[in-house]
Design a protein around this ligand. Structure first.
Ligand SMILES: Nc1ncnc2c1ncn2[C@@H]1O[C@H](COP(=O)(O)OP(=O)(O)O)[C@@H](O)[C@H]1O
Ligand SMILES: C=C(OP(=O)(O)O)C(=O)O
Ligand SMILES: [Mn+2]
Length: 535
């Protein structure tokens, strides 16, 4: 197996007397509490605060530029190169930092529920609650029969270690650095636990395509008939919420692989947004937050210990992390057959996309490449209100390779398996963000149910003129007028203008895709049509 010049200091750290290896959940909770890292809330979950960083720091994320990555990575604003020297110096400093700690917490886990594609991972933390998070979010002990002899990918997360940008060559005191050559991820300066989860996702996005498996930023569930559904979407668009469906079996809430055998979950837990969480609207998630779960930056009443999900005083990006089996109908195998339906979730802050529309094969490719949505407040540093963005494959912050790699794989698989695709707007309607309203969750659920149960197949469709989207005239449980975006806007002229503006954005964004067939290019909106419609 690979022997790296870094493995020795790592082995030294792991053999240190300060290491607490693979503590069970109850001990990790106890230890977090006794170290004063958090408090128990009345539902039994451990509640913690992460200080200044309450969302991801994409601008502080780097990939080491080395012989392994040089030719493979799609370098740019998302995948920013950093030298081996910078990595190696930070690595050495972090090792020293860890060796000086009174206690260290190490969890051995894995990513990828399908044994053929499983990656062993090891997480080294200075905080017990981070180790609890890792234990709950990643796949748990792989067991001796799964011991492939593969060197684990190691996360070293030491938020109290802060870089000195002048000396260390980072952009700030915070850094997330992935080295594919050394199979190490360094995280310093930030306590937001989502960095650990999403950096392993980036690793899987790098490794799986080599094995002919498509990694996907999507949730997944399966119905009684074995009908698998995937829900792609950028953060906050509803992957976790909509995949927790009492009528279907949950496979995973955020990251999956699609191989020739079907789909499998990459993780062992869920990471739900909690803002305005209500027992009535989201009972599965509400009930999943209990002992062993971690509440991150949720306001907890000091007297009663009750979480108050309406508070956003620390951040809008409040989170709950829990093992997937806290959801009653989670599938034990974490795997299912080839998807029959794919749903692209978009939170449209312009308020012009229909709440549900059916996509042709070409439109599906067009929208997958475009990845139009809004960044919602709080998930990334600096985002305070919904901001329109195009995020290729609905997950560009996590894709080390050129987007076309993933898009081509998806196209081929959808074609081969005859997967039907819908675009679902879980964002605004009746006007843009600020004027319109967020589409009611119960309506979104009804539309998705209809799509999955085949009720929209026979429904009559109308073609919306600007984006060429096919909108059902009717959907059980949803008022007809809500289905047609133009009819939800009082000011029709304003609607036409906004639609045109969004169409322009789509067109401008798509200019970068030069290698795409004419049919796919033609499947996008036409701002010329929009001009006519606006007159
Ligand atoms: N129509 C809707 N569809 C889905 N989610 C909605 C809708 N309206 C409001 N929400 C809220 O948006 C958030 C979606 O977050 P989540 O499911 O965690 O997203 P993701 O998993 O994609 O990051 C939840 O807080 C949910 O309550
Ligand atoms: C955890 C994140 O995303 P998601 O909501 O998609 O899980 C994130 O973007 O930090
Ligand atoms: Mn989620």
């Amino acid at each position: 197996m690979m022997s790296s010049r870094f493995s020795n200091p790592l082995t030294r750290v792991l053999e240190g007397e300060n290491v607490q290896m693979d503590l069970p959940v109850s001990r990790l909770v106890e230890t977090s509490l006794s170290r004063g890292e958090g408090a128990l809330s009345s539902n039994g979950a451990l509640s913690v605060e992460t200080g200044e960083y309450t969302g991801r720091s994409p601008k502080d994320k780097f990939i080491v530029h080395d012989s392994a990555s040089a030719e493979k990575v799609d370098w740019g604003n998302v995948n920013r190169p950093i030298s081996r020297e910078v990595f190696s110096s930070l690595f050495d400093q972090m090792i020293e930092h860890l060796e000086n700690k009174e206690e260290l917490f190490v969890t051995n886990g894995a990513a990828g529920a399908d044994a053929s594609y499983q990656l062993p991972i090891r997480v080294i933390n200075e905080f017990a609650w981070h180790n609890l998070f890792a234990r709950q979010l990643f796949l748990r002990s792989t067991g001796p029969d799964r011991d492939t002899g593969m060197e684990p990918f190691t996360i070293i997360s030491a938020p109290q270690f802060k870089a000195d940008p002048e000396q260390d060559g980072t952009d700030s005191e915070t850094f997330i650095i992935l080295s594919f050559e050394e199979r190490v991820i360094l995280i310093g300066g930030t306590e937001y636990a989502g960095e650990m989860k999403k950096s392993i996702f980036s690793v899987m996005n790098y490794l799986l395509p080599e094995q002919d498996v498509l990694p996907m930023h999507c949730s997944a569930n399966v119905g009684e008939e074995g009908d698998t559904a995937l829900f792609f979407g950028l953060s906050g668009t509803g992957k976790t919420t909509l995949s927790a469906d009492p009528h279907r079996y949950l496979i995973g809430d955020d990251e999956h692989g699609w191989s020739d055998n079907g789909i499998f979950n990459i993780e062992g837990g869920c990471y739900a947004k909690c803002v305005n969480l209500s027992k009535k609207k989201e009972p599965q998630i509400w009930n999943a937050i209990r002992f062993g779960a971690v509440l991150e930056n949720v306001h907890v009443d000091r007297t009663t210990g009750d979480p108050d999900y309406t508070h956003t005083d620390l951040t809008e990006n409040t989170r709950a992390a829990y093992p997937i089996d806290n959801i009653p109908n989670a599938l034990e195998t974490s795997a299912a057959g080839h998807p029959s339906t794919i749903i692209f979730l978009t939170a449209d802050a312009f308020g012009v996309l229909p709440p549900i529309s059916r996509l042709t094969k070409e439109q599906a490719m067009y929208h997958f490449l475009s990845g139009y949505t809004s960044k919602l407040a709080g998930t990334e540093r600096g985002i305070t209100e919904p901001e329109a963005t195009f995020s290729t494959c609905f997950g560009s912050p996590f894709l080390p390779l050129d987007a076309s790699v993933y898009a081509q794989m998806l196209g081929a698989k959808m074609e081969h398996h005859g997967t039907q695709v819908f675009l679902v707007n879980t964002g605004w309607s009746g006007g843009p963000y600020g004027t319109g309203e967020r589409i009611n969750l119960s309506y979104t659920r009804a539309m998705i149910q209809a799509a999955l149960e085949g009720d929209l197949q026979s429904s009559e469709m109308t073609t919306e003129p600007v984006f060429g989207l096919h909108i059902p005239l009717q959907c059980p449980g949803v008022p007809d007028e809500l289905l047609q975006p133009a009819s939800t806007w009082e000011d029709k002229q304003a609607y036409a203008e906004k639609a045109k503006e969004l169409a322009h954005r789509f067109e401008n964004n798509f200019l970068k895709f030069t290698n795409v067939s004419q049919a796919v290019q033609d499947a996008g909106p036409s701002s010329r049509t929009a001009e006519t419609a606006g007159r």
